[in-house]
Design a protein around this ligand. Structure first.
Ligand code: SIN
Length: 533
């Protein structure tokens, strides 16, 4: 493992794979580093689809308008316009790779509807869009001779000129830039050095900072923590999107019940079976997610019930089986026939609207470091992401990022030829591993209890105190013990937890996904929660 490449991509979801394909198309040698099996990514679990303007009754202005409304005053309008307008061309390229979006009988695309959209505009592959996209991209990536994929390879930290200078390895006199990456081979436990002029972070989100999430266990915010440690600005971390409807299970596992189910008329009912969304918002069940999640949270607190109900039983069984095969089967496995039974639902952490600050070319503030997908904060989502805008953003930004990296590589910055190897901690005492498992649970519990859908300054400060303790303990462990995935993930999650709380404390207002009882109104002046190490 290890070696010299033109570009290293961290992560193998829609953003990383699309970026790798376009970059390799330019003739660059690309390494994809992914910490589990290559197909394990947030993308793989996306049910809804891609929000994109394809129908004659829709237009860019409407899609831009819906995104801005959902983003609650914090979207960058120029970014929204560009991503929305470039979307159809990027989706066409996916179709050319062999992706077949679901069509209706006459051959036109079946367009889904989700919260906050004024039109039906979501292209989907039944309720397994992410899986279909991931498969199409992986087929192309695995055939490409210039792309090498390293599975079960955990990216630990970026190597920068500044880091090398500080460690006394060189004196360049140049400004800071990225020159590589340390990567743990999960099976052998050895750490390799990868060298490259450019690194693309496409490592996804951080849902596992919370105990209840729709995200797969890989979503531990690794890219955000890595960028932060390298001195790159991080923004809007307070905007955690809780998906309103996930299947309630006493085991704590949360399976997504797509918003598209509400798009097909599903109604939310409280413990007594009554609808309540109409009284909260004129858009009822199809209001933006922040509104729906807060209304559910309030109903649950009022009644003390561990879940509410989602009712789609008015739709014919055959329709539900065809439109939502995965949801239908999963619910059946839990003893629920959704054409007859109400579905018990609860909100769960779903999407991170903030992240590593980038411009529309996927450039971060650090030369050679790029970011796209959920790890990045471009300005598209603002304070609340519009449903199904994320796959769209990932496609557009991966494309733009590849062009941007191509331009950067043309300038030809040198990679030092004596890159230092990794020095691991000496100790490995299995008895001490309890620190990792205990702190893992403690962090996530604190995030759920104190940094959830409804916040207060007191609760945020409580969370901060705990995070500071956890951070001190885990940093000590990190410097003394051999690295392993659980330690690396926990170290990253603690950084991400801290960033979420610090951003939340800075935002002294309630806006979009950040709602605090201490500041229930919106601030008049725009607040900026950007954080840099
Ligand atoms: C869903 O299907 O409800 C999720 C789609 C998304 O998060 O964009």
């Amino acid at each position: 493992m290890g070696g010299v490449f033109d570009i290293i991509v961290i992560g193998s979801g829609i953003a990383g794979l699309s970026f790798a394909l376009r970059s390799a198309g330019y003739g660059h040698r690309v390494a994809i580093v992914t910490k589990k099996h290559q197909a394990e990514s947030n993308t793989n679990y996306a049910q809804g689809g891609i929000a994109v303007v394809t129908s004659k009754s829709d237009d860019f202005e409407l899609h831009v308008g819906d995104t801005l409304i959902s983003g609650d005053g914090l979207c960058d309008e120029g970014v929204v316009k560009q991503i929305v307008e470039e979307g159809p061309a990027r989706v066409k390229e996916l179709i050319q790779l062999g992706l077949e979006f679901t069509r209706i009988d006459e051959g036109a695309y079946s367009l889904g509807k989700e919260g906050g959209h004024s039109k039906r505009r979501i292209l989907h592959v039944a309720d397994m869009t992410g899986k279909a996209i991931e498969t199409a991209l992986l087929n192309a990536v695995n055939r490409h001779p210039l792309i090498t994929t390293y599975e079960h390879s955990f990216a630990i930290d970026l190597i920068t000129l500044q880091k090398l200078e500080r460690a006394g390895h060189m004196r360049s006199g140049e400004g800071n830039r990225v020159v590589g990456l340390y990567v743990l081979d999960v099976f052998s436990g050895k750490v390799a050095t990868f060298s490259a002029q450019a690194v693309m972070l496409s490592s996804g989100g951080a849902g596992h900072v919370y105990p209840f999430t729709t995200n797969p266990p890989i979503a531990t915010g690794d890219g955000i923590a890595m960028a932060y440690r390298a001195g790159v600005p991080i923004r809007n971390m307070e905007f955690i999107q809780f998906h309103p409807t996930t299947l309630y299970s006493p085991s704590g596992k949360r399976f997504l019940i797509s918003e598209a189910v509400r798009g097909e008329g599903a109604m939310l009912r409280n413990r007594d079976g009554e609808r309540f969304m109409e009284a909260c918002d004129a858009r009822a069940e199809l209001a933006p997610r922040d509104v729906v999640a807060r209304a559910i949270d309030a109903e649950m607190k009022k009644s003390g019930s561990p879940h509410l109900w989602l009712d789609i039983s008015h739709q014919p069984r055959a329709f539900l089986k065809e439109r939502f095969p995965s949801i239908f089967q999963t619910c059946l496995g839990e003893g629920l026939d959704i054409s007859k039974d109400w579905i018990p639902v609860v909100p769960a952490a779903h999407y991170l609207c903030g992240g590593v600050v980038t411009n529309l070319r996927a450039e971060t503030s650090l030369a050679g470091l790029y970011a796209c997908g959920e790890v990045a904060c471009t300005g598209l989502h603002g304070a609340n992401r519009l449903a199904s805008n994320s796959l769209l953003e990932a496609l557009v930004m991966a494309y733009n990022g590849a062009d941007s990296v191509h331009g950067y590589l043309a300038k030809g910055s040198e990679i030092p030829d004596n890159m230092p190897g990794w020095i691991d901690g000496e100790m490995s005492d299995p008895d001490e591993r309890v620190v990792l498992t205990h702190n893992w649970e403690e962090l996530r519990r604190a995030m759920w209890d104190y940094v959830g859908i409804v916040r207060t300054t007191k609760r945020l400060k409580r969370a901060m105190k705990r995070i500071e303790n956890l951070s001190a303990e885990i940093n000590e462990y990190y410097w003394n013990f051999k690295v392993e995935p659980l330690l690396l993930e926990l170290r990253n999650m603690i950084v991400v937890g801290e960033l979420i709380v610090r951003c939340a404390l800075k935002r002294k207002e309630s806006r979009g996904l950040h709602y605090t009882l201490d500041y229930p109104g919106k601030a008049e002046k725009g607040l900026d929660t950007t954080l840099t190490l």
